[in-house]
Write a protein of this length. Structure first.
Length: 285
């Protein structure tokens, strides 16, 4: 049995609570366990309410985590004495303003990661060799930070696909890493784009992005307040990614089209149990 709670407030502050919503049967466990979905926390094994002191549940024999997610968000860790100790909050971030999929640059980063170069090697490649052909050191640094952090969410098997792959394989491998790195992108695919396919919409609209950003704040009250220009830049990057990956024909018409994700990428995600990424990436099938 799994207990579904909504999270309100910040652990360690007042008020904070996990409000009971409903229970689900065991068959939903694989889809939901260890994920934060639409702002909710899923609690397995024991119902739990945190007051800043003790859990109102039976004493727990072994530690377990609430809301651990591939997106790097852990709401709380309840230890054997029933006290919540570890807290890392989920946040939507604006890292996508630094770029879209950037496939050629991702190939360069994948090669550097596979060769295991040290910090001086990264500096040599970025600034002296200017492997990105960037217009300024600042641009090169932003791209390096984005792409290295993005690719490091995966392992060497995916890096090799990006470095050595061709066509849709390398594009969809870059997409998989981008989804795992950015819940802002992943949730847009999962919650918004999926719905448009289900409703047989012909195309996406800019309004969908604006509405989505507002909804994000409901799922993550700690999300930064972005300026209109930042929201527009994020929209531009996300829609470029959708076009590059094949979900839309182009960023002008934003016409939806069927997407067939490259088989090697799907196999990698299944073999590595990347359930969140799989769910997001397959919205257009």
């Amino acid at each position: 049995m799994i207990w579904l709670y909504s999270c309100r407030g910040r652990p360690g502050s007042s008020p904070f609570s996990l409000r009971f919503l409903r229970t689900d049967t065991e068959q939903h466990r694989k889809a939901y366990e260890s994920e934060i979905i639409r702002g909710y926390v899923l609690v397995s094994e024991n119902a739990f309410r945190y007051t800043g002191r003790k859990a109102r549940s039976p004493r727990i024999a072994d530690p377990f985590h609430l809301g651990l997610t591939a997106r790097g968000a852990s709401i709380a860790c309840v230890e054997a004495d029933g006290i919540a100790r570890t807290v890392v909050e989920m946040r939507y971030k604006a890292e996508l303003t630094a770029g879209s999929l950037k496939v050629p640059e991702s190939r360069v980063v994948a090669d550097l990661l596979l060769r295991g170069v040290d910090d001086s090697g990264w500096r040599e490649a970025m600034f002296r060799e200017n492997v990105f052909q960037a217009r300024s050191p600042q641009t090169a640094k932003r791209l390096r930070t984005l792409l290295r952090q993005r690719l490091e969410t995966m392992d060497a098997d995916l890096w090799r696909m990006i470095r050595d792959g061709s066509g849709t394989v390398v594009t969809h491998a870059c997409l998989a890493a981008a989804i795992k790195h950015s819940p802002l992108l992943g949730d847009f695919l999962d919650l918004v784009v999926r719905e448009q396919y289900k409703l047989f919409r012909e195309s996406l609209t800019k309004k969908l992005w604006g509405d989505y950003i507002e909804d994000c704040r409901g799922r993550d009250p700690e999300m930064p307040w972005w300026s209109e220009s930042t929201v527009a830049r994020l929209r531009s990057s996300v829609f470029q990614i959708l076009a590059q990956a094949g979900y839309i024909h182009d960023t002008g018409s934003m016409k939806l089209q069927t997407v067939h994700i490259a088989a090697p990428v799907l196999k990698y995600l299944k073999d590595h149990d990347e359930q969140y990424v799989l769910r997001c990436i397959r919205v257009g099938k």
